[in-house]
Design a protein around this ligand. Structure first.
Ligand code: TRP
Length: 330
């Protein structure tokens, strides 16, 4: 029996070069070793106001981006959260077990409430409960989460505890964080101390996998580097340059030592020009596949439908057991 990994992504922004590198390093291996579910968290996106037209388009776009990156819809279950109604149903039950005191502690809520002070809605507050439902519905063993989501995973584990106290064990699985093999960590282009993030407000900080050649060149050439001249891999003192070298290394297969040798006596500008070119060439097929998929929404609809059906078949038994355990008539 393979373990189940569940990974969710809020549909905001676009996937980045960092996601591309994570994907090529991990996905093929993961899909062979684990039972993998990937979903687009469109309901989570609603905790911040979304223009309906843009949200709709973005869901297609995200789905197509995942496929363009090579995620196989046969070997994995890929679906859209709102198309599997069990998420919100389980979420309601779990919210009856979640003390407000626990939600009050969530740092992401505090941050977002501050940022969107005109729209502090209840969903923004109960967001972590929906996330717990996402995870628990599928009896997920492992959840890959970034630092910003760790607290939510901890809460999910607390909720399992509350549930077991009241209703007994063996119904919900206690999930754990998935800590993958440390792949290359790709940092922000303007601020190399922080991770490259798709939800960064400054577009100059990341290359999106569907940026065109011009945008890519502009962003790479504009990346922050230090005032030195030596092309040396030194993440501590030359964070920006080293980040560019890491990207170069992953995409070209060359070691950073080799890159140092190749660029001896050359300037940062040379490396940037070559790297921009390499990124453009690497992402070209991704972008082409993406454009093709986006021209064929019917096909995307079909894949979403079959993904949702497969997800639902996995989710329903959990929801049934939970409903029964808490005393709802079936
Ligand atoms: N909250 C996550 C994020 O913003 C997305 C997400 C929603 C998620 N539900 C999930 C991630 C369940 C993992 C498991 O990145």
């Amino acid at each position: 029996m393979k373990k189940t990994i569940l990974s969710g992504s809020t549909v905001t922004g676009n996937l980045t070069l960092g996601n591309y590198i994570g994907a090529i390093n991990n996905w093929t291996k993961l899909q062979n070793d684990y039972d993998c579910l990937y979903f687009l968290a469109d309901l989570h996106a609603l905790t911040v106001y979304q223009d309906p037209k843009i949200l709709r388009e973005r869901c297609y776009s995200f789905f197509a981006q995942y496929l363009a990156l090579g995620l196989d819809p046969q070997k994995n279950i890929i679906f859209v959260q709102s198309q599997v109604h069990q998420h919100t149903e389980l979420s309601w039950i779990l919210s009856s077990l979640t003390p407000m005191g626990y939600l009050n502690r969530m740092t992401q809520f505090k941050e977002k409430a501050e940022k969107h002070s005109k729209n502090i809605n209840t969903a923004l507050y109960t967001y972590p409960v929906l996330m717990a439902a996402d995870i628990l519905l599928y009896q997920a063993d492992l959840v890959p989460v970034g630092e910003d989501q760790r607290q939510h995973l901890e809460l999910t584990r607390d909720i399992v505890g509350f549930f077991e106290n009241r209703y007994g064990e063996g119904i919900l699985k206690m999930p754990e964080a998935y800590v993958g093999k440390m792949g290359a960590r790709i940092m922000s282009l303007q601020d190399p101390e922080k991770k490259m993030s798709k939800s960064d407000e400054n577009e100059k900080n990341f290359v999106s996998i569907i940026d065109d050649a011009k945008q890519i060149e502009k962003k790479i050439k504009g990346a922050t580097t230090d005032s030195g001249t030596d092309i040396k891999f030194d993440p501590e003192n030359k964070a920006g340059l080293s980040n560019l070298m890491t990207i170069y290394s992953v995409l070209s297969g060359k070691t950073t030592e080799q890159i140092e040798i190749d660029y001896e006596g050359k300037m940062y500008g040379h490396l940037k020009v070559d790297l921009a070119d390499l990124v453009v060439q690497t992402l070209k097929p991704v972008r082409e596949k993406y454009d093709d998929l986006m021209k064929n929404k019917d096909y995307l609809d079909q894949l979403m439908k079959s993904g949702a059906e497969r997800a639902e078949a996995r989710a329903m038994p959990t929801l049934e057991k939970v409903y029964k355990a808490v005393g709802l008539l079936r």
